[in-house]
Design a protein around this ligand. Structure first.
Ligand SMILES: Cc1cc2nc3c(=O)[nH]c(=O)nc-3n(C[C@H](O)[C@H](O)[C@H](O)COP(=O)(O)OP(=O)(O)OC[C@H]3O[C@@H](n4cnc5c(N)ncnc54)[C@H](O)[C@@H]3O)c2cc1C
Length: 381
């Protein structure tokens, strides 16, 4: 296939990509099976990723980050997605860091970001609740100001990095009954936190090594200084402001997975024989590969445009929603064909495309479901 190089790549990023790919191959791929069995990736890999300079790559160096931009983040998402590494929740970690950099007070940035960049503090986002997923107006977790603290009661579900997280950007109601205006984000440090409990690591269809968990808060006291940005009632606006970044990131991982699966499948059909020739020689195989290579290229070009827009600060919510919706739907179509071309082996967990297929399903659900994406897009038409 003719080599397509993303227009945002340059020499420095190529060197960075090589280093990331080596790290993924040496430190992640060999451990993935064990991670899937234990349902989490453990804290060591976060430390190693921090030491190698792979965390918070787009956070300024004065706060401990690498001082790069979204292109560096994109390289990390792509290289992990290509190898089917879905348990290491660096995307959510980065979104959490972005809440701080975009909305945090100076003191909050200095207190949390350097530890996030080193991997000492793993970030999570606590938004969803049993009765509030797409409709965040239904949030019930309550934070009540009491002297210098907030007292938090409630629970969260489906929280990525929930078991390992040391810092949760927790979305709470500070003034119930006032809709979006009554919502705030409180940065909750979980170490030795009285009244805080991690429930089950949830048993999922895919992403088996991701510690997606339930979280419980019973009279949990958090310093009032942890209210993101220092003013109550800003939570909803803070969340909305960062949505394009979050959705771009899901699309980047989607196209990375498609590219990885395509490369793996091309190799497989060349090696596998039936009826005295390689599977790659059947016309159906050639046409299917042509179709998925074309879909992957279209997704790549769209995502590259989004990456450039994130770097320029011009990615709007509608375009980001289009990318999240279309790329993740296409990702599933592509993965489905890759499984089919692998025959029975494509249904076996030891094969990359099998794990990728199961892992990809949730891309259409989290980060705002694709139905919500279409709702948003249609409102702008
Ligand atoms: C693996 C995984 C990781 C996750 N990680 C996180 C995380 O880190 N932090 C976090 O806060 N949350 C996380 N989530 C939660 C995720 O964001 C929600 O599951 C998602 O927003 C959908 O909410 P819900 O599950 O309550 O579904 P519901 O909102 O109950 O939706 C059910 C169905 O109804 C449809 N629907 C709802 N409203 C409308 C509408 N207005 N128009 C048309 N259709 C509609 C939905 O599209 C969906 O098909 C995660 C979920 C999973 C599965």
């Amino acid at each position: 296939m003719s080599a397509y190089v993303s227009p945002w790549m340059d020499e420095e990023l190529s060197i960075f990509r090589d280093a990331v790919a080596r790290f993924v191959e040496a430190e992640m791929v060999p451990n993935d099976e064990q991670w899937r069995k234990q349902q989490h990736v453990g804290k060591d890999i976060w430390r190693k990723a921090g030491e190698t300079g792979l965390l918070c790559t787009d956070i300024p160096s004065e706060y401990g980050g690498a001082g790069g931009d979204f292109r560096h983040e994109a390289v990390l998402y792509e290289e992990t997605a290509r190898r089917g590494i879905t348990g290491f929740g660096q995307g959510v970690h980065s979104i959490c860091a972005h809440y701080l950099i975009n909305h945090g007070t100076e003191e909050q940035k200095r207190r949390f970001l350097p530890r996030m960049a080193s991997g000492a503090l793993i970030g999570a986002i606590g938004m969803s609740e049993p009765a509030a997923g797409s409709d965040l107006q239904g949030l019930k977790t309550r934070a009540v100001r009491n002297g210098d603290s907030y007292v938090i009661n409630g629970s969260k579900i489906f929280i990525t990095n929930g078991y390992l997280a040391g810092l949760i950007a927790l979305v709470v109601k500070t003034q119930p009954g006032t809709g979006a205006k009554g919502t705030s984000i409180i940065m909750v440090e979980t170490a030795n936190l009285k009244g805080f409990r991690v429930g089950r690591i949830l048993d999922k269809m895919g992403m088996k090594s991701q510690d997606t968990a339930e979280l419980f808060f019973e009279n949990v006291r958090v310093p009032a200084a942890n209210l993101l940005g220092g003013a109550e009632g800003q939570g909803f606006y803070q969340l909305m402001g960062d949505l394009p970044y979050e959705r771009a990131l899901i699309a980047v991982a989607g196209v990375g997975a498609m590219e990885g699966a395509l490369a793996e499948t091309i190799q497989y059909v060349k090696d596998r024989k039936a009826f005295g020739k390689s599977i790659a020689e059947f016309q159906n195989t050639k046409f299917k590969l042509a179709e998925i290579a074309t879909k992957t290229r279209i997704a790549r070009v769209f995502v590259d445009d989004c990456i450039a827009k994130v770097v320029a600060g011009t990615l709007d919510t509608i375009t980001a929603s289009m990318a999240k919706y279309w790329v993740t739907e296409t990702q599933q179509e592509v993965l489905d064909e890759c499984v089919q071309l692998h025959g029975g082996y494509g249904y076996m967990n030891e094969y990359l495309v099998c794990r990728m297929f199961a892992d990809s399903r949730v891309q259409r659900i989290y980060g705002g479901t694709n139905e919500i994406m279409k709702e948003l897009i249609s409102r702008a038409l």
